[in-house]
Design a protein around this ligand. Structure first.
Ligand SMILES: NC(=O)c1ccc[n+]([C@@H]2O[C@H](COP(=O)([O-])OP(=O)(O)OC[C@H]3O[C@@H](n4cnc5c(N)ncnc54)[C@H](O)[C@@H]3O)[C@@H](O)[C@H]2O)c1
Length: 360
């Protein structure tokens, strides 16, 4: 009989309630506890979901009712937490990006592998039906030669959002539109059209002059399988519009807007295409206007998969190993923007590319 899987959420900030709601909605999962150094944050979430509050990860890891820890800490803190969870024999679902360096990512992958625990990453946009339909069409060759794979993310975040916490203003901690917001959509491009073999990026600060970060990214990506692509990503563009993911091949074109399939057209029209055109709901909140402008339905799919993967003793739907390349592309973009030149992949970690840029 399937075991009920206990979840503990590490970090009780902005994204934590989305994990909590997603666990609550899942079948076979139980939300056990939340942990935050900031007691009042842990207590608030614990009261809302009627769960335990811990204030130190070491204490939460001793709770035998917890099988999985959802790591929802600022990006530069993921590594230490994941290593501790693995050492305690807990499965891990980390928020994106997995870490701020490839070395840290590899350390976490190795620790989880050695401990025999699952290690998934919350790049939840991958599970959208529109994206899954695109993936299937790419993998089955329906596009023919893929020519273009583009991500357009014209979002808005206020200066107050950046000022709300020190880590949100620190590039080495994982702030800035490239690694923090565009990560999801760069991930989709590499998932659908990757791997990438070169990038050329330009980063600017258009609308947050008091914050020393890029709020806008323009990048070209060359993919190893032949497609080219652009990423236009910004948190400077009020009021924020729906993200677009576009795939163009010699035999077809698919565009997701928000989470909705906006265009699905192939030279060989098939009976199932009519239904695919209905995928996604315009009502789903996808983060364009503010940090809390999100639904938790995609998180719920990833969490349900973790429960099922543990019970079925199989790999999770989004192993961190498959997200490492997204981080590599992002790091290559920082290197390219810093040097003002294209950068070929693979790349190694380069600390100076992540140094804090000057305010514009
Ligand atoms: N998947 C998504 O769509 C999505 C959306 C937003 C954020 N995120 C990711 O979620 C993660 C958290 O982001 P956030 O916006 O919720 O951050 P946040 O700053 O709002 O919350 C982080 C919390 O961690 C706590 N914390 C810090 N160090 C701690 C420690 N050592 N032990 C316990 N608690 C500690 C802080 O007190 C804070 O409450 C990041 O990796 C971010 O990239 C993902």
């Amino acid at each position: 009989m399937a075991k009920t899987i206990g979840f503990g959420i590490l970090g009780s900030g902005l994204i934590a309630p989305f994990h909590a709601r997603a666990v609550r909605d899942a079948h076979g999962g139980r939300l056990v506890a939340v942990c935050d150094l900031a007691r009042e944050r842990a207590d608030k979430l614990a009261a809302e979901f009627k769960i335990k509050a811990y204030y130190r990860l070491e204490d939460m890891l001793q709770d035998p009712a917890i099988d999985v820890v959802n790591v929802a800490l600022p990006n530069h803190l993921h590594r230490e937490a994941v290593l501790q969870c693995a050492a305690a024999g807990k499965h891990v679902l980390t928020e994106k990006p997995p870490a701020m360096s490839l070395q840290d990512t590899d350390d976490m992958i190795a620790a989880c592998r050695q401990a025999g625990v699952k290690f998934g990453c919350m790049v939840q946009c991958r599970v959208r039906r529109a994206i899954q339909a695109m993936k299937q069409a790419v993998d089955s060759g329906r596009f023919g030669r893929l020519l273009h794979a583009d991500a357009i993310m014209k979002w808005y975040r206020s200066t107050e959002y950046y000022r709300s916490d020190a880590w949100r203003m620190s590039r080495p901690s994982g702030a800035g539109v490239t690694v923090q917001h565009a990560f999801h959509y760069i991930d989709l491009l590499q998932y659908l059209a990757g791997p990438a073999r070169a990038v050329h990026a330009r980063m600017t600060n258009l609308a947050h002059p008091s914050i020393a970060l890029e709020d806008s990214l323009l990048a070209f990506i060359d993919f190893s399988r032949g497609a080219q692509g652009v990423v236009e990503a910004s948190t400077a563009l009020w009021p924020g519009t729906d993200v677009r993911i576009e795939l163009h091949g010699e035999n077809g074109c698919a565009i997701m807007a928000g989470e909705k399939m906006a265009t699905w057209k192939f030279r060989d029209e098939r009976p199932e295409d009519a239904e695919i055109r209905t995928y996604g709901s315009a009502a789903q909140a996808t983060g364009a206007g503010g940090a809390a402008d999100l639904g938790h339905a995609d998180h719920a799919v990833v969490i349900q998969d973790m429960i099922d993967a543990i019970n079925e003793d199989r790999e999770v739907i989004i192993p961190v190993t498959t997200v490492r390349h997204t981080l590599e592309i992002v790091l290559a973009m920082y290197q390219s923007a810093t040097r003002g030149q294209p950068v070929a992949l693979p790349v190694a970690d380069e600390a100076n590319a992540l140094q804090q840029p000057c305010p514009s």
